[in-house]
Design a protein around this ligand. Structure first.
Ligand code: FAD
Ligand code: GLY
Length: 376
């Protein structure tokens, strides 16, 4: 990096940090990502990659529109990133299905159908997925939703950002950020850099950057555990959702089964109890799958927030310090729109004020003392 200086320094090389870097460098702003381990190795590697606009956020209105927009951005991105980086991000256009078993689940899904556009009710989902238990009393089909391969998306954003002129420092930890009134000195474990702007995109580890800059910490780390199986036959292409549990079939025959939800659990092991609760749900929907070959298991820590909404935008008291974190269950879905939103904010392009307000860190602001240094 020339003179150890960049326009924008991004703390964290997960899917959010690399998306931001890609959009900034593409628009001619020199951005560098600092990642303390390997890119994409934390929450991003654990994700199933669902673009679950209708399954994993309760929001209607602006938040829902932001989710739809980000999902739709993936269509153009898949082609752009393939041409630029030769990486296929594994975008599936087969839709998602949410299954009802109990009467009240059916009622809730029919209500959802009446709330959103382009959703279809399937009275007999077993016609489409023959291995499904006959306990399924119906399913909501969300034809526009789908899934991607999160690691490939992260890797292709990373490579695209580098091709657009960006920088990346892996195996380097940001320890401290000092505000010099107009620019920042960023102290890493090995050296110091200067930057005009800093973006905190540190996932579940973002909390310290709120605390050390005078804001209440909104981050709720929430562990998720998953496993995968290999199916002998490709039973279906749609991602299935059932009571926070899901089955995501990948084109290579892997089927991802997820995920537990353990707030404030920051441990990295995958528990037997967690996997067995997922297996019980799986076998209740697919009794025949007990013979499927077990393939892998893993966990990751989702960056949740107290109000369930990500924090994307400029610090209320410190100019040019930005947050892009708290994407909880939707970081893969929201990576493209988040990258673009931060790029627009930094380059002072017009933004829908209601979107800016929805995600703004200003909502966290409290009176009181604040400092802007962090020491580990
Ligand atoms: P991360 O991927 O955690 O990246 C943050 C990075 O910051 C890390 O690599 C970390 O090492 C680095 N870092 C932290 N502190 C520092 C520092 N001081 N210096 C340098 N680097 C630092 N979302 C979906 O949209 N669809 C899904 O299907 C889906 N499934 C999921 C399944 C599971 C089991 C889990 C756990 C999550 C799932 N998610 C899903 C959520 C999604 O994975 C996250 O929202 C997303 O990955 C968050 O990305 P991130 O870049 O903010 O965080
Ligand atoms: N979005 C799926 C999960 O967070 O488990």
């Amino acid at each position: 990096m020339k003179n150890n200086h960049c326009d924008v320094l991004i703390i964290g090389g997960g899917i959010i940090g690399h998306s931001i870097s890609c959009y900034l460098n593409k628009s001619g702003v020199h951005a560098a990502v600092v990642e303390k381990q390997a890119s994409g190795g934390k929450a991003t590697q654990a994700a199933a990659g669902m673009l679950g606009v209708h399954t994993e956020n309760e929001g209607v209105g602006k938040y829902h529109q932001f989710c739809e927009k980000s999902r739709d951005m993936y269509t153009g991105l898949a082609q752009e990133l393939r041409e630029l980086t030769s990486i296929d991000i594994g975008l599936s256009h087969f839709g998602m299905m949410e299954i009802a078993v109990k009467d009240e689940e059916k009622e809730a899904l029919l209500l959802k159908k009446s709330t959103f556009r382009n959703l279809e009710w399937l009275e007999t989902p077993i016609d489409r997925i023959p291995s499904l238990s006959d306990k399924a009393s119906g399913a909501l089909f969300m034809k526009d939703d789908g899934h991607v391969e999160p690691r490939q998306v992260c890797e292709s954003f990373k490579r695209a950002a580098l091709l657009y002129g960006g920088d990346l420092l892996e195996d380097r930890t940001v320890l401290r950020v000092k505000n010099n009134q107009g620019s920042f000195t960023v102290h890493l474990d090995s050296c110091s850099l200067t930057a005009e702007h800093v973006v905190v995109a540190s996932g579940a580890e973002s909390g310290q950057w709120f605390e050390t800059t005078g804001l209440p910490n909104p981050i709720v780390p929430t562990k998720g555990e998953s496993f995968s199986i290999k199916l002998r036959e490709n039973y279906f292409n749609e991602a299935l959702f059932f009571r926070d549990f899901y089955v995501v079939p990948k084109p290579d025959g892997r089927c991802i089964i997820g995920a537990t939800s353990k707030p404030d659990d920051k441990t990295t092991n995958t528990s037997v109890g967690g996997l067995s609760s997922l297996m019980n749900l799986l076998f209740s929907l697919f009794p025949e799958w007990k013979e499927a070959a077990f393939q892998d298991f893993w966990s990751g820590i989702r960056p949740g927030t107290e109000d369930g909404v990500p924090v994307i935008g400029e610090h209320p008291f410190i100019s040019n310090l930005y947050f892009a974190t708290g994407h909880y269950r939707n970081g893969i879905l929201l990576a493209p729109a988040t990258g673009q939103l931060i790029e627009k904010q930094i380059t002072k392009k017009p933004i829908d004020p209601s979107i800016q307000e929805l995600f703004s860190p200003s909502r966290l602001a409290e009176k009181g003392e604040w400092t802007y240094e962090y020491s580990s």
